[in-house]
Write a protein that binds this ligand. Structure first.
Ligand code: C2E
Ligand code: MG
Ligand code: MG
Length: 390
């Protein structure tokens, strides 16, 4: 079936088997993609360098001479942290699963694959890359060095408006076995039109050096909601690693302190965690105050397995890239099963994020402790009871 939608973007296909390269090229060209080819991981790295930010997605084989698919993933993450890489593979062993999780392969196509499956996976991956690029553009736009004083003060004004017009929405996290409510994740929203996506707003806060201020605003809003909620309600609250530099977090001025035992702080973005020297001590201090920690977005390419050892999180959240299509993708299922087992062995509760269908839920129930996603409730302003899908 030919898609009526034309994409007009660029995809790199890496495989040592010329018939696979030819097939991928045929399928993807028909969908409107400009297809670039490479015969092994090393050539793939060269093509990524040449294409720069023009590339929307990579489809790569795993077993190849010179540099295999995992070697390619490692190398490419240094060049472009967000570039989606789809791995084509048979069933991966545990080693393969660990590598894939660590380097954020966003999807897996079991070989042999159908043409439509390849086309759909590439379209989906490129869309998500578009979102990541938007965030990078927002960050580049606000890059302090590139901003004239006027631009910077305009951005400051927008940031101020966004903070003043902020609110939180709450999404239920439920027990996998029963569907009963476990907690709510708080997610930031603002009515400032130019900064409506939370990740864009966070990117601007980073550039302006205002992450601690944003964090304080979130904590105050969350504490206000918590004080009006039923007394045992648990909250998962996202904590940007740079918030760990904010002294307020560690004092009684932190409005979450009175409910610390009911709060799980979600950390994401390994790169920044590693650049903060004092992280383990600061995390230990917050634990001593009663807070618990989650690693957010495991499998998305930011948080790797190294963060499990560094933070010893009470909770691990598997990114929705691992969840999507799990019902039909046996490779992903094995990766999730292996990762969830590992986390549980290390003593962490495991949450799967982004569950949208009953089929995804049915597969995940056997592997993880907690579930979160539109199937159980979209983020909403009030603390709504979770939906009970059939
Ligand atoms: P996250 O913490 O991983 O949050 C999950 C994201 O997935 C949220 O996007 C949520 O709305 C979305 N989501 C939940 N269930 C589903 C589903 O079934 N399908 C799909 N397609 N999406 C689902 P949102 O609200 O846009 O937030 C994006 C990211 O921004 C968050 O990812 C988090 O990293 C960051 N963020 C949001 N609020 C805050 C905050 O208060 N502080 C900090 N530091 N970061 C925040
Ligand atoms: Mg989160
Ligand atoms: Mg997440």
């Amino acid at each position: 079936m030919t898609s009526p939608l034309r994409h007009f973007g660029k995809v790199l296909v890496i495989d040592d088997d010329s018939s696979v390269r030819a097939l991928c090229k045929q399928v993807l060209s028909r969908e409107g993609w400009d297809v670039v080819l490479a015969e092994n991981g090393q050539e793939g790295v060269d093509r990524v360098r040449e294409a720069g930010s023009d590339l929307d997605c990579v489809v790569s084989d795993v077993n190849m001479p010179v540099l295999d698919g995992y070697g390619f993933l490692r190398a490419v993450r240094d060049l472009d942290g967000d570039l989606p890489v789809l791995l084509m593979t048979g069933e991966p062993g545990l080693d393969g699963a660990v590598e894939a999780i660590d380097h954020g392969a966003i999807s897996y196509l079991a070989k042999p694959f159908h043409a439509e499956r390849l086309a759909a996976a590439v379209a989906h991956a490129a869309r998500s890359h578009g979102v990541a690029r938007m965030r990078r553009r927002a960050m580049a736009f606000s890059e302090a060095h590139d901003l004239g004083a006027e631009d910077r003060s305009e951005l400051e004004r927008r940031f101020r408006r966004a903070i003043d017009a902020r609110w939180l929405v709450f999404q239920p996290i439920v027990h996998a076995a029963t569907g009963a409510l476990h907690a709510y994740e708080a997610l930031l929203r603002t009515s400032e039109a130019s900064l409506q996506r939370p990740d864009v707003l966070i990117g601007v806060a980073e550039r302006l050096g205002r992450v601690p201020e944003l964090g304080r605003a979130v904590r105050h809003a969350a504490a206000a909601v918590a004080s009006a909620a039923p007394p045992a309600t648990r909250f998962f609250i996202n904590l940007h690693p740079l918030e760990l530099t904010d002294e307020e977090l560690f004092t009684s001025a932190n409005p979450l302190v009175p409910i610390a035992s009911r709060v799980v702080l979600e950390l994401t973005e390994r790169a920044r965690l590693e650049t903060l020297t004092d992280t383990p001590r600061r995390i230990a201090m917050l634990r001593a105050m009663g807070f618990r920690f989650a690693i957010d977005d495991l499998g998305a390419g930011y948080a790797g397995l190294g963060s499990l050892a560094a933070i010893e999180p009470e909770v691990v959240k598997l990114d929705m890239a691992l969840v999507r299509d799990i019902a039909t993708n046996t490779t992903k299922r094995r990766i999730v099963a292996a990762t969830a087992n590992l986390c549980r062995e290390l003593g962490s509760q495991v949450v799967a994020e982004g569950i949208e269908t009953n089929e995804e839920r049915d597969v995940l129930v056997g592997h993880v402790d907690l579930l979160q996603g539109y199937l159980f409730g979209k983020p909403q302003r009030e603390l709504a009871a979770p939906l009970t899908p059939p």
